[in-house]
Design a protein around this ligand. Sequence first.
Ligand code: SAH
Length: 479
Amino acid sequence: MDYFPAFLDLRDRPCLVVGGGDVALRKVRLLASAGARLKIVAPEFGDSLSTLASENGYQLVRRKFRSADVLGHWLVVSATGDALVERAVYRCASAAGIFCNGVDDIDNCSYITPAIVDRSPIIVAISSGGAAPVLARTLRASIELLLPAGLSTLAVLARQWRDRVRGRFDDLLGRRRFWESVFDGPAASLAIAGDIPAAEAQMAELLDDAGITCAGEAWLVGAGPGDPGLLTIRALQVLQTADVILHDRLVSAEVLALARRDADLISVGKTPGGQANSQDEINALLVDLVSRGKRVCRLKGGDPFIFGRGGEEAEALDAAGHHYQVVPGITAAAGCAAYAGIPLTHRDLSQSVVFVTAHGKHSIDNLDWASLARDRQTLAFYMAVRRFPALMNNLIENGRSPDTPVAVIEKGTTPQQRVIRGTLGQLTLLSEAHRIAAPAMLIVGEVAALGTTEQSPMPQSPRIYAKPEFKIQEKRLTK
Ligand code: SAH
C-alpha cells in the first residue's frame, strides 16, 4: 500500500489554502464542506472566492505566500499552479510536520485526495495513488451508479438506532446479526426509498426477534480453481459475511483477500510437506464452530461437490442438526480447459465429458477403463499427476489411440498457469520433461488439440475470455 487511507475530522480545525483561482476555490469548498476553519493566502483572489470567504468568515490574506503561513495548521493545500511556489509550500509544511497537498503535483504532496462518492455519512474514497487518476474517476462513476442516494437516509437511521441496539444486544455478535438483518432486508430498502416509519417498524420487529441471536450457519462454498474473477457473486457475498473461513490450502491468497476483514481464516487440509488434517477432524471443527454460533464459510477449491468431499461435510452438519447452504464453484476441469482455450465438448469431436479422479491406486483399479477408452469423449482427470503412467497404459491397452491429443494444465487460471500439449502415448515423457507438478488437470481427447498456444499466457482480464482462442468460429465461416 503506497498510501494509508484515512478519514480526517477537520471540523473547526485551521487549514491553509495557498492560491486564489478556480482550483483554490474548489479546494476551499471541499474543505469547508468538512467544517474546516480556513485561511487563504494569495496575491489576488477571484470574485467567487472573495464572496465565499466574506460570506463564511474565511480569513483572506492578500499577499505572496510566506513560510510562517503554514504554522498552526492541520492541513495545507497548495493550488497556485506555480511549480516554485508549490515546492516552497510543500517544503515549509513538511518542515513543520504538516500534511500538504500540491494540487495535481504529486511531487509536492505528502497526502493525496481521492475521488469521492458522497452519501454522507457514507463516503467512498477511491485512489490510484497518483498512478491513474482518470481510472479512479471512472471507478467513481461506476460506484456512483451502484449506491442509491437514499443510502444516506439509511446510514443516518442506523446512527439514530445505535444506542437502542446496544441496549438490546450486549454482545458484538448479536448486534452484528441485527444490523445484517436490517441491511439485507426490507428495513434497508424502505429507508432507502425514504419511508422512515415503515423502516423503523421493521427494525423494531427485528429488535424483538430473539431468533437473531440463535445458532450459527454454514455455507459450503466453491472458490473456483484460482483466479478470483471466477468466484460467483454468491461466494463473494458469503466470504464477506462469514465470521470464520475454513479453507483448503489450495485456495488462492487472492480469493482469501476478499474475505471479511475481521474474519478468522483457518487453513485445513494438507500443508506442503506437513501432516494433513483428517476429514473427521475437519468435519468436527466445522460442526463445533457452527454449534458455537459462528457463521462459517467452508471454502473449497473448485466446486465443493466435485472431488471435494463436500458431501461428507454436508452429512456431518446434517447429523448435528445444522442448517447449511451450498454455493457451487467453477470446477478445475471447466476453469482450466477454458483458460487453455479447450472446449470440453465439441459437436464434431466429443459428445460427452467425464470427470475422473485418479487419486490413489485404489481408484485406478476400480475405474471402468473399457468405457473410458471409448472414442468421441473427453476425459478430465483430477489428482492424476503421479498416476500418468498407469492412466496412459490403461487407456491405450483398452483401445484408445496413442495419438489421442492430451493437454496438461498446471496451476490453471493462475498467473503461473502452464499448458503442455502432446499425445496420449507421450504423456509420461511430457510429464517428466516438463516436470509437471500438482495441482494439474489432465485432459484427454480430440478437443485437447484445440486452442492456439503451447503455453497459454495468463490473460489479464475476463474480457479477454469473451474472445476464445480456439478456432471453431473460423472453421464454420470457411465451410
Ligand atoms: N473440488 C475441486 C477438486 C478438488 S481435487 C474442483 O471442483 O475443482 C484437487 C485436484 O483438482 C487437483 O489435484 C487438480 O487435479 C485439480 N485442480 C484444482 N485446482 C487446479 C488448478 N488451479 N489447476 C489445475 N488443476 C487443478
